[in-house]
Design a protein around this ligand. Structure first.
Ligand code: ADP
Ligand code: MG
Ligand code: MG
Length: 889
């Protein structure tokens, strides 16, 4: 181990590391190295590798010899800056920053101004010719170091600050002078002595050793663990530590610190977007303590703000910043999120990374980067997370709906949400557990609130800017967020939110629009999203590379229309029983089920035939010649049974039998395990009239639609559910064919159609070769196939699923993402065996998995012909199918 390189230096136009070394140097360290080597103005420093973090976790401390190497590396930084660490006359100060492989915003804390003590602070004051600045830096350092390294919380120091201001008789916003800070530094150090029983560490090297240890230790803190769990980041990655020469944004009016995106992270617009604070240090911007100023004049003017933008206040530095942004974006070929500091008019870049963005921005940026020639279309397709499209597909506030606007904040993360008010993260989690929607309403959020933010439908804060914790995290999670709604008075203890003399209480409903910043009382109506522009362009590119077709599960005209609007290429599953629940049909359905003989059933079916035929004509018309797979009746009959005496009476009168007879028949139909009972094609075997009626409705509707000239000739795909044997298919197909021939004769025209089956039983998968002798297509019903393969009823899985996930028995919920090893093997095998018998057998999937990107990648690998998913997931499936095809190469 000792021969491994543990420290990588950067600075002076050179670097030991580079951007590709994120695993070893963390994202921050790798990019600092890359930027240094590019010749950008990066303060020099060095990165201690993630491997040292792993060692630290193993042995519970820094490995021997590390601090000697650190001292050596500090010497190099000193040479580049012309200062010495610990030198009382002209001290080198450093920041100690964590940085894991994946960015973990706010998860680990940074210490700035390290190396200050009672001696070096005087050197700093003399060098800067500014005692106020030096003592301001010193008090910041003591407070940060105490919080991060010594575990003495910020509030201790804030209290002392308030007491001091009171004693001096100045109000809270007054800027303090050098002597104030000097007094406070002494008070802060006394506080540390009091809390800790030992003095604040004075020796710069001990300070540094403590800070490095604290960063490595923080990899295991509760906040970091929660974040890792929510984002699937393995513990084994570890964090790197970056030690870097300080530059000072708090040296007066020509100094500043800021954060910026090279493009707008909410809309994707190609325009610099960011905030800065004059005379401030790093954490001030993110913490939302003071309201930051805009970077660009355009943004300032649009907001009506009077404080100058950076473009206006510091035009030369702004010009330099624009040049750096341009260079970084062209170098990384992606939108960058950048931290910078200006020290007395000189610009320094402190961090760059690919910026987090909303789905809308991701689409626009990917398409524009490709159009600008920075990336190719395939890269653009790969840049957009399919699941994130969900953010764009859902309704937004209806512009015509009445809004009771209470106030306005910053449009921090787009989308609209309504819900009851939750004042704490815990409250939000409790409300979500009751399956109710809530809006988390807080002054500002912090990393401890992550679980509650996840549970809420939206987030509203009264403080903080567009880059505050709430805004950044909400955008990452795809939650709507309005931040900095400063007019709100939030009293969490009393459970009230007041604004302009109006008060909402705990339990009241609130609506936020994260695209406009509006905050409204009550719930507000919503409208469907617009699917043109970059969305359509990227989808077009995706359609050009994908092999899998995408269909939708739909039975109502509304669902079918939505599916087509989202680009579905047919219906993969029309569940006919969903058409039976309408108020005007259910009586006839019940009559059919409860009939004691075939003629009674026939009478009821005759009533249903015209209704069912009309359903299919509608679907065929909407789908305009695209394939439509219709599944014959599937669920256990008891699902349709009447519940109340009133319902029984209605059915009895329609069927002309007594209530008592009906009750007796209903009792006969009870099953102890309906999921494995009299359902699927078993119904067709016992009561052939039912499937015959449905087949007739389908054929007649196909003729009607074709005769009415609604697009291309309809080619229905009739699907037999839950078959286990070829014999079942033979019997039922013969009956369907007979009806088909009869209708063709009556209409004087033959129409093409297919008869196939769902594969949802292990036996059907195993005997697929034989089933394909009769079936012309297979549709993998992976919901049932998962249930029957594991022997788990989905409705009951809730009782133990969490235990199975926690114990690592299931890597993921198998009802969400297909179990490739087991259920997947059955699919693979059935596809192979089916194709061997019938090379042209059409293969599709119609379970929930048809809309899950990981499962879609699996379907691509097996070579299925199509996936079918719910209408709202169609675009997700189109993009996921394209990415799967690209990944396969
Ligand atoms: P985070 O990961 O939370 O963003 P950072 O390590 O990036 O933490 O630092 C927090 C803040 O401190 C940032 O605004 C950053 O720009 C600033 N900062 C870090 N190192 C220095 C430095 N050497 N000089 C000046 N500011 C710094
Ligand atoms: Mg931080
Ligand atoms: Mg940072």
């Amino acid at each position: 181990m000792t021969t491994l390189k543990r420290i990588y230096a950067f600075g002076g136009g050179k670097a030991d590391g580079k951007a590709a070394m994120k695993n070893l140097l963390g994202g921050k360290g790798a990019n600092l190295a890359e930027m240094s080597a590019l010749g950008l103005p990066v303060p020099p420093g060095f990165t201690i590798t993630t491997e040292v973090c792993t060692e630290y976790s193993k042995v519970g401390g820094l490995p021997p010899g590390l601090m000697a190497e650190v001292e050596q590396a500090l010497g190099v930084v000193g040479d580049l800056t012309g200062k010495r660490f610990g030198d009382a006359a002209d001290p080198l100060l450093v920041s100690v920053r964590s940085g894991a492989r994946a960015s973990m915003p706010g998860m680990m804390d940074t210490v700035l101004n390290l190396g200050l003590n009672d001696a070096t602070v005087q050197g700093l004051a003399a060098q800067a010719n500014d005692a106020r600045f030096a003592y301001d830096s010193y008090r910041r350092f003591i407070q940060m170091y105490s919080d991060v390294v010594l575990g003495i919380g910020h509030h201790h120091f804030e209290e002392l600050l308030e007491i001091h201001k009171e004693e001096r008789g100045v109000d809270l916003d007054t800027e303090l002078g050098a002597e104030d800070w000097q007094t406070l530094v002494a008070a802060y150090k006394a506080k540390v002595q009091e809390e800790l029983g030992r003095p604040f560490p004075d020796d710069p090297l001990s300070q540094l050793e403590g800070a490095i240890s604290a960063v490595f230790g923080s990899w295991q803190n509760a906040r970091a663990q929660t974040y890792r769990r929510l984002h699937d980041i393995p513990e084994s990655w570890g964090t790197a530590v970056n030690v870097q020469a300080m530059v000072f944004g708090n040296m007066g009016d020509t100094s500043a610190t800021g954060v910026a995106f090279t493009r707008n992270p909410s809309t994707g617009e190609r325009a610099i977007y960011g905030e800065f604070l004059i005379n401030a240090q790093g954490e001030d911007v993110v913490a939302g303590i003071r309201t930051p100023q805009h970077l660009t004049r355009v943004d300032r003017e649009a907001s009506g703000e009077t404080k100058p933008s950076m473009e206006e206040a510091l035009p030369e530095v702004y010009g330099e910043l624009v040049r750096v942004f341009d260079l970084l974006e062209r170098h990384y070929r992606d939108m960058q999120d950048i931290e910078f500091t200006v020290e007395r008019g000189r610009l320094y870049v402190l961090q760059t990374r690919s910026g987090k963005r909303t789905a809308k921005a991701a689409l626009r940026i990917a398409v524009e980067l490709a159009t600008e020639g920075l990336i190719d279309q395939k890269t653009a397709i790969a840049r957009v997370e399919p699941a994130s499209l969900d953010q764009l597909l859902h309704p937004t506030l209806d512009p015509k709906a009445k809004r009771d606007v209470l106030t306005r904040g910053l449009p921090a993360s787009p989308g609209a949400a309504s819900g009851v008010i939750a004042f704490t993260a815990e409250e939000a989690e409790a409300i979500a557990a009751e399956r109710r929607d809530c809006i988390l309403v807080r002054a500002e959020t912090s990393p401890e609130d992550i679980n509650g933010m996840h549970a809420a439908r939206g987030i509203l804060t009264s403080r903080g800017g567009m880059t505050s914790h709430a805004a950044v995290v909400a955008r990452g999670m795809g939650r709507p967020c309005v931040s900095g709604a400063g007019a709100l008075r939030i009293d969490a203890e009393a459970g009230t939110v007041s604004v302009d003399g109006r008060t909402l209480r705990r339990g009241d409903i609130l609506t936020i629009d994260g695209s406009t910043g509006e905050v409204m009382a009550g719930a507000v109506a919503t409208v469907q999203p617009e699917l043109s522009g970059e969305f359509a362009t990227l989808m077009g590119w995706a359609d050009g590379v994908r092999r899998l077709k995408v269909r939708s599960n739909a039975e109502t005209p509304l669902d079918a229309e939505t599916a087509r609007r989202f680009g579905a290429e047919g219906i993969g599953l029309c569940r006919t029983e969903h058409m039976f629940f309408d108020a005007d049909r259910i009586i006839a359905v019940r009559e059919m089920i409860l009939a004691s003989n075939a003629s009674g059933r026939k009478a009821a079916l005759d009533k249903l035939l015209p209704m069912q035929r009309k359903d299919f004509v509608d679907l065929f018309r909407i789908m305009g010649g695209l394939p439509v797979t219709i599944r014959l009746l599937d669920p256990p009959l008891h699902e349709f049974l009447p519940h109340s005496e009133e319902e029984l009476a209605q059915v009895a009168s329609a069927a002309g039998v007594s209530v008592a007879t009906l009750k007796a028949r209903a009792a006969e139909l009870q099953e102890s395990n309906p999921m494995l009972g009299h359902r699927g094609c078993r119904l067709g075997i016992s009561f052939p009239e039912i499937y015959e009626m449905q087949a007739r409705a389908i054929f007649e509707a196909a003729h009607d639609a074709t005769e009415q000239g609604s697009g291309a000739a309809v080619e229905p795909e009739i699907m037999i559910p839950l078959a286990a044997t070829r014999r079942e298919l033979d019997i039922l197909k013969a009956r369907i064919d007979a009806i088909g021939a009869e209708v063709a004769k009556a209409r004087g025209r033959t129409l093409k159609y297919l008869v196939g089956t769902m594969i949802e039983l292990p036996r059907a998968a195993l005997r697929a070769g034989e089933l394909a002798e009769t079936a012309e297509f297979f549709s993998f019903g992976t919901n049932d196939l998962t249930q029957t393969t594991f022997g788990i009823s989905r409705d009951d899985a809730g009782h133990f699923l969490d235990d199975y996930l926690r114990n690592g028995i299931f890597p993921k919920d198998p009802f969400v993402s297909i179990d490739e090893d087991g259920v997947g093997e059955l699919v693979r095998l059935a596809a192979e065996r089916g194709r061997k018998t019938r090379p042209a057998v059409k293969l599709g999937i119609c379970g929930e998995h048809g809309g899950d990107p990981a499962s879609i990648a699996f379907c691509e690998s097996v070579g299925l012909d199509y996936v079918s998913c719910s209408p709202y997931r169609v675009p997700i499936a189109r993009l996921a199918a394209a990415q799967a095809a690209l990944a396969k190469g």
